[in-house]
Every structure is written in structure tokens, then in C-alpha cells.
Design a protein around this ligand. Structure first.
Ligand SMILES: [Zn+2]
Length: 245
């Protein structure tokens, strides 16, 4: 839904993803108000089954209150589970209380499901997907994700924000698609070349770079650098692009 690192531009919202199956869809993080992209993507908001929050940085969670408020104003009354580490869930609750959610008449419940901070932790399993997580290496507690399509057997892994780490390699083991951040090689982040290395070590089949700084003159170089370390197909993620698995 969005592909930008912290600062968005006209065509790159901050990083967030939607994963759709036969029975519904779920969201990963909440970039620039997701309501807009959900509409643009043609997804039916009534089919939203859950929201995973990877970590508590503003470009990933700051729009959660307006996203949930809009969803409520558009008529939702069914509970919407929120998945995240204890750190994230605690801060989510504080953030929603600041906005006085108790005073929103009929606001739906958002039961929080705490994801244990260990490799292979189950986030949730429904009729479409089995989603597991592992801690990754960022400046605040954060998780990467592995999403298995129970129907096709296809696997997508998503790094969230991280410097290269073994837990991400494990999560992405033999994945059909690895969606890996490429913000830069500073503490807590990865360069395109480092994302390629993780894809190579994991044996992923395809690499999509995400969470990058919109800078068109650098795109070709990033793809080259990642392809060199990966040895497989690399592309730069685009807002509203779809990937089947
Ligand atoms: Zn972050």
C-alpha cells in the first residue's frame, strides 16, 4: 500500500501492506491514513480481519487512531484484533486513550493479541493464512513476519525495519517473495545490497525492496546492488503493486 521510508511523497505513502486472501484481508502497519489506499486498491473494508503493528515508530503507527476512527465512522461494529509485541500493544492502548476512544459511541472492540518475542511466534492463523513472527534488529522492539498461504502453500516474508539479521533469514527461508526494507545501512536499517544478502542466505526466490527514500536517480543502482548480492530477481516495490503468492 505504501513503500516510503519515514518521509512520503506524492506517489509513495509510508510503508504499510495489505494481505488479501479468499476470506478477507489484514493490514500490516498503518502508514499515511490507510483508508485512502484501501479504497484505491479496491479492497472491501468490511472484510478487514486484523491489524498487525510491527513496531512503535510514527511512520508505522501514527495513523492508527484516524484509521480506526474512520473505519468506525464508516459503520464497523465488529471487533478488530490488533497484533503486536507487548511494547507495541501497551503504547497502542496509551495512544488510543489519548484520543478518548471510550467516548466514541459504539466504537468496536480492538482486542490486543500480544506476539511473544521469539523466533517463529504465532501471530495468528485463519482460514487463509498462517502468520508467524520473529524479533528483528531495529532501534525499538520490532518483528519481521512470515505469511504462509494455506491454500497455495506460497510464502511471503516481510522484514519491517531492521539491520541484517539471522532471525530475518530464518523467517524468509525459501520464501517465494521477500519484501525487505532498503532505507540505508545505518543502525536499525539495511541497504539494498544488505537486503540482497538476506534474500540470498534465506534462499528466497524473489526480492522486493520497500521502505526506501523516494529518490528516482538512485533506483537503478539499488536494484543492481541488491541483484548482485542476491543473485535473483529484484524489484523496487511500488505503492498499490500486487504480488500473488
Ligand atoms: Zn522504524
Amino acid at each position: 500500500m505504501g513503500t516510503a521510508a519515514a518521509v512520503p511523497d506524492e506517489t509513495h505513502a509510508t510503508t504499510h501492506l495489505a494481505v488479501e486472501g479468499e476470506f478477507g484481508f489484514f493490514m500490516i502497519d498503518s502508514g499515511c491514513n490507510p483508508i485512502l489506499r484501501i479504497r484505491d486498491a479496491g479492497l472491501d473494508l468490511d472484510r478487514l480481519g486484523g491489524l498487525i503493528l510491527t513496531h512503535f515508530h510514527p511512520d508505522h503507527v501514527a495513523t492508527v487512531p484516524i484509521f480506526l476512527m474512520d473505519t468506525w465512522l464508516l459503520g464497523r461494529r465488529a471487533p478488530l484484533p490488533i497484533y503486536g509485541l507487548q511494547d507495541v500493544v501497551d503504547r497502542y492502548n496509551i495512544m488510543m486513550d489519548l484520543f478518548r476512544r471510550d467516548e466514541w459511541p459504539g466504537f468496536f472492540d480492538t482486542p490486543c493479541r500480544v506476539v511473544p518475542e521469539k523466533t517463529g511466534a504465532l501471530v495468528f492463523e485463519d482460514d487463509d493464512f498462517r502468520v508467524t513472527a520473529a524479533p528483528v534488529k531495529h532501534v525499538v522492539p520490532n518483528i519481521g513476519l512470515r505469511i504462509e498461504n494455506k491454500d497455495s502453500g506460497g510464502v511471503v516474508a516481510y522484514s519491517s525495519d531492521t539491520s541484517p539479521c539471522d532471525t530475518m533469514v530464518e523467517l524468509a527461508r525459501n520464501a517465494d517473495i521477500l519484501i525487505h526494507e532498503a532505507a540505508e545501512s545505518t543502525p536499525g536499517h539495511s541497504s539494498a545490497a544488505q537486503a540482497g544478502e538476506v534474500a540470498h542466505r534465506a534462499g528466497a526466490r524473489r526480492l522486493v525492496l520497500i521502505h526506501y527514500r523516494p529518490a528516482p536517480h538512485k533506483y537503478d543502482r539499488w536494484i543492481e546492488e541488491a541483484a548482485e548480492t542476491f543473485g535473483g530477481p529484484v524489484e523496487l516495490g511500488q505503492d498499490l503493486a500486487t504480488y500473488e503468492f
